[in-house]
Design a protein around this ligand. Sequence first.
Ligand code: PMP
Length: 386
Amino acid sequence: MSRPLLMIPGPIEFTDEVMVEMSRPSPSHVDAAFIAVFSQALKDMRHVWLSGGDSQPFILAGSGTLAMDSVVNIIEPGDRALVIDTGYFSQRMAAICRHYGAEADVLSAAPGDTVSAAQVAVQLQQADYDLVTVTHVDTSTGVLTDVQGIAAAAKAAGALVVVDGVCATAAEELRQQDWGVDIYLTASQKAVGVPPGLALLVASPDAMNKWRQRSTPVASYYSDWANWLPIMEAYEEKRVSYFGTPAVNLVMALAVSLRQILAEGMDEVFARHRRLSDAVKAGIQAMDLGQVPTSHAHAAHTLTCPRYPANLDPAFLGHVRANGVILAGGLHPVIKSEYFRIGHMGAVGRRDILTALGAVESGLRLSGYAIEPGIGLAAAQAVLDE
Ligand code: PMP
């Protein structure tokens, strides 16, 4: 393969079958065959999200931030939100809640740390919260947060639970119905495995009821479920409808990707991400590099955030690129220059992981960090061969 391998935390490498859908002639959005594909994608989302038959999926044209913006539907001015902050994207969620008139209290972890369910339970006793938001995996720190525990605490306190799964959905275990998550949102370009451009979310019956019972108008026109719910219902029931033109090729690609994910099975998808992540992290550790998450127990399985060794040539990522792999630099403003990021989600496998680790080893040596060739690869292979 002459083109480089894209191993950043989104966009990711997409399957050939997904890319074929992107290249097909665009159908009319009211074509019967397209309507059937849209219907299937909505139904399949419930199975990938494990959200139950009475949940409501939405497929919108937009990026992950638009999916986050959908919280506007369950926020009324003066509502109180508790934002669990594990990095850059949690802070964006706090900004969105405030933008739409909520008072947002932020429970922050230091970069690399997480917030425990016990800490959230204590905070929930301090005030009446309408809403608790969690970033399942914060892409700026590689921290995985305990959604199951936090959702249980929030539900017990009568709050709705919103989870940003942009760097987690269809990779990290999340059982929306069983865990009591009210909105689980993501974007197409990560583990869902479709090029950027779709905002995806599934809302619980409680979330839909909060929206139905609101006494003030939704403060965004494009995000308002009043515009989109009839469209989602119509597509699912295979009726013609229109509010805004759907991103037809992306929806076709989504339908293919969801089928591929479901053919593997959600338990196997979650297990594969854990296995590959353990292999990458073992390789990084064998190279004697630290990682941003302060404990393996709360490290994400969708990306790895190795810390740079001291005095490394800043050309490191360029050397990795010259060895055929594109990785990402740091993102969290406080520690931005101290680490890099390797994405490993979606249709990744053993070949990608070993290629990436090999390029990291070469990049490190070319950047003045003396490690024994193959030391990280051997550690990763040992995990993969277990
Ligand atoms: N939340 C998380 C956790 C993300 O990783 C990202 C994007 N990297 C976003 C939200 C925003 O998504 P987008 O860039 O597609 O708007």
